[in-house]
Ligand binder design. Structure first.
Ligand SMILES: Cc1ncc(COP(=O)(O)O)c(C=O)c1O
Length: 476
């Protein structure tokens, strides 16, 4: 017997222990601080363990306590970045996906996993009003955006055989960093990414987009893609999708909608997302606003032929042996990866367990939490909102009448560090037109009204410490 084999009974014992640990962790989520009491040195000391030559058996599990101790728990008061809260039924799906260890390359290799993923992708497309779109799950929004722009490039300025050709991509100045990264990786050159100015609501100004496309046309530059944000990362702003779709079409550009943050909010507020279905491709992230454990991103697209043109390049050993539309289907023909985990199982289980209505309700609560926080900030003379609230991100800052913009930026950065160190809420930051913003983003199904209240309380308490010359009451 291989030394790596364990009896089924031992597996059950280990899994039972893991379930006990997971249960304790979940029970503690509401009472744990929003950031662990750790430091770089502490985490290195606790976790940089020697590589064991000899196995330690079940005692290997002992160090899990240390892992949890240095982990940021999925607290109801975590409002940083755009990060989902980790729905536990989905976690069970993830565990089973690893036990089943399906390689979700093609039906030939993983019949159930491929069928479940195709089902889940069709569910998502339909729920967002994009019935008939195809797609696949991937590691996240960055991977989805990269694949979308690879499809756009192959459709508009084919590069797969002869190498990248010159062309331009258009996106608002508020676009997520994954777009310039994708433009660079695809050999298009970040200098050919036109950053279109935004209006006072941080939405792309469409006349500026038209102007940029026209200017490039006059110079003989080829438009490859327009990227519209359906939930810009800083503010949640939604670009005017219908207008942008029209302009993109007129200029023969691919329309990609980056909905990694926001698109799933269309489940609760479809009226905000008119025009979503006009996209050629659409990124969305169930590991953000469907509360799934990472990783779970998704790319939807209108035309499977465009995906095949970009990604199909099959080695003989993987070639499908069937012409049947189900049995011959291969994700690797339409996406980046070959070996792929069974990401769909968690989403499938989670959606079946709770039903879509429960997710709509949770998303609606997040939207309401953001409005409640905005109202609270607006009644606080020491706080100032820096952007309208379109979805669930609230950007604001502490204000101090005698301070310059530069001093305010420094002060708010210090306040943010204090807030995190106080460990009662976790918020992050954004830069809005040169202003350092405190940013709370609600994609958290555990958050209650009292948790929202804590944001303002904590920012004011931290500001008092900073203004009071640095008296730190975080351990009080
Ligand atoms: C608008 C937007 N696009 C793309 C991404 C990247 O997504 P991921 O972190 O899943 O790669 C994010 C992440 O916050 C985002 O907000």
């Amino acid at each position: 017997m291989s030394p790596l084999e364990i009896p089924a009974e031992e597996f059950r014992r280990l899994a039972d222990a893991a379930v006990r640990i997971a249960g304790q962790y979940l029970e503690g989520i509401h009472s744990h601080p929003s950031f662990p009491e750790t430091s770089g040195a502490d985490s290195e000391r606790g976790l940089r363990l020697p590589l064991p030559e000899q196995g330690m058996g079940p005692a290997a599990m002992d160090a899990l306590a240390e892992v949890i101790e240095h982990s940021r728990v999925n607290s109801p008061r975590f409002f940083g970045y755009v990060f989902g809260s980790g729905e536990p039924v989905a976690a069970i799906g993830d565990f089973l996906a690893s036990v089943l260890n399906q390689n979700t390359t093609a039906w030939r290799s993983a019949p159930a996993a491929v069928t479940v993923e195709r089902t889940v992708v069709a569910w998502l497309a339909e729920a967002l009003g994009c019935r008939g779109f195809r797609g696949s799950l991937c590691g996240g929004g960055s991977a989805a955006n990269l694949m979308a722009l690879a499809m756009a490039r192959e459709a508009k300025a084919p590069a797969n055989e002869g190498g990248a050709q010159p062309g331009a991509v258009y996106a608002s100045e508020e676009v997520h960093m994954s777009i310039p990264k994708a433009v660079a990786l695809l050999g298009l050159g970040r200098q050919n990414l036109r950053l279109i100015p935004c209006d006072g609501q941080f939405r792309m100004v469409t006349s500026e987009l038209e102007g940029a496309l026209e200017a490039d046309r006059r110079e003989g530059k080829r438009p490859i893609a327009v990227v519209a944000s359906a939930g810009a990362v800083n503010t949640g702003a939604i670009d005017p999708l219908e207008e942008i779709a029209k302009i993109a079409r007129q200029h023969g550009a691919w329309l990609h909608v980056d909905g990694a943050y926001g698109a799933l909010a269309a489940l609760a507020a479809p009226e905000k997302f008119a025009g979503l279905r006009l996209a050629d491709s659409l990124s969305l992230d169930p590991h953000k606003w469907l509360y799934q454990p990472v990783d779970c991103g998704c790319l939807l697209y209108r035309d499977p032929e465009a995906a095949l043109a970009a990604f199909s390049h099959t080695g003989e050993y993987a070639r499908s042996l069937s012409g049947d539309p189900v049995e011959g289907f291969a994700f690797f023909e339409e996406s980046l990866e070959l070996s792929r985990r069974f990401r769909a199982l968690k989403l499938w289980l989670s959606l079946r367990y709770h039903g879509l209505a429960a997710f709509r309700t949770a998303i609606r609560s997040d939207l309401e939490h953001a409005l409640a926080l905005a109202r609270r900030i607006d009644t606080q003379p020491r706080l100032e909102r820096l952007a309208p609230v379109e979805l669930s991100a609230v950007c604001f800052r502490y204000r101090s009448p005698d301070k310059s913009e530069e001093e305010l930026n420094r002060m708010n950065e210090t306040i943010l560090q204090r807030v995190i160190r106080r460990r009662r809420v976790y918020i992050s930051n954004a830069s809005l037109r040169g202003k350092f913003a405190l940013r709370a983003c609600f994609v958290n199904h555990r958050t209650t009204g009292a948790d929202v209240e804590a944001v303002v309380e904590e920012v004011l308490a931290a500001a008092e410490e900073v203004e009071g010359g640095g008296r730190d009451t975080s351990s009080a």
